[in-house]
Design a protein around this ligand. Sequence first.
Ligand code: NDP
Ligand code: GDR
Length: 342
Amino acid sequence: MARRALITGITGQDGSYLAEHLLAQGYEVWGLARGQANPRVSRMRKLLADVQVVRGDLLDQGSLISAVERVQPDEVYNLGAISFVPMSWEQAELTAEVTGMGVLRMLEAIRVCSGVSRGGGTRSTGQIRFYQASSSEMFGQVTETPQTERTGFHPRSPYGVAKAYGHFLTQNYRESYGMFAVSGILFNHESPRRGAEFVTRKVTLGAARIKLGLAAELRLGNLEARRDWGFAGDYVRAMHLMLQAGTPEDYVIGTGRMKSVRELVEAAFTAAGLDWERHVVCDQTLHRPAEVDLLCADPKKARVQLGWEPTVSFDDLVAMMVESDLRLLSEGGDPDQDSSWP
Ligand code: NDP
Ligand code: GDR
């Protein structure tokens, strides 16, 4: 019988790549979708026709229990979150509820549906494996570089704090109830499906708009921040591998290479045949209340234990995104509209 996966965050970047990967592996894939008329759900249904939809919201405990009861998954991937760091200052409480408490609600739904009692009682034979989308933002102000599974956390945003709560809670459910519950500490990963608010896509869309005469300038915040950027398609393979391992463990996933936002801008504008210095405007209002200056992964554990390696270089990733955005805009697509998702 096909293995069954339930993915929260199915309408997001990673949800789409993970669903495609699992379908290709022969899985029956279910996506948890929220809202009564969420346009991102109809877009997802069109593009991932083989994914089945179950309604639910990370804010609603009962809906998660119903979803797990209905789907009876072998694996649950918790990708749902408020994931845009600046929004987490504007809506800190909601971020804590969705990105932090949402993990608790999902773990509780699995615990209850698996028949695991708090008193160490019965445990059902078919144990559900759980993946939590942890983040390099938990490291925040780093104490060592590169960062490993043992590096301490000093989150710099309400988002990072909420992710740290979910991370420790996942460890705690593993230790308290013997659940196969793991966290992937993923560094920034991007693709042509990345939301337009994140810096990589903002830059590749900006370069494409300028190239096509649709805009004259691009306003950005801190150009000196450095990140370890990889391709989302590579990172969802790591999520799946973590749930196939013999023992439940947490892993750092990244490329081990760091670039600045300035280098990202240079690469994207060069790929579009433009001189970035003529078009990019630095805007102080886009700086964050507390910045994460640099992040760089040491993915050795994943390489050795899971056999995971990234396959797309930074330059190829940026070129892929610029090319995709040039095509999208040339065809009259609107990145904010449903039909424009490549
Ligand atoms: P996206 O922002 O693209 O997707 C977020 C998803 O969360 C959407 O499907 C959204 O659904 C869903 N969601 C939001 N609120 C709720 C809610 N209340 N209940 C259920 N679902 C909800 O994120 P990514 O795909 O980029 O990232 C996936 C996960 O990985 C996130 O948890 C993110 O924090 C984490 N992460 C991402 C990294 C990256 O570089 N991409 C790196 C490290 C961690 P809707 O359409 O309904 O809004
Ligand atoms: P990040 O990604 O905060 O690392 O979180 P983002 O692309 O938003 O920012 C990366 C860096 O670029 C700087 N920056 C700008 N960022 C945005 N969005 N817009 C700008 O105009 C701009 N100018 C400079 C930022 O200050 C920052 O330093 C992402 C999300 O996917 C999280 O959910 C995930 O957990 C982490 O990656 C790992």
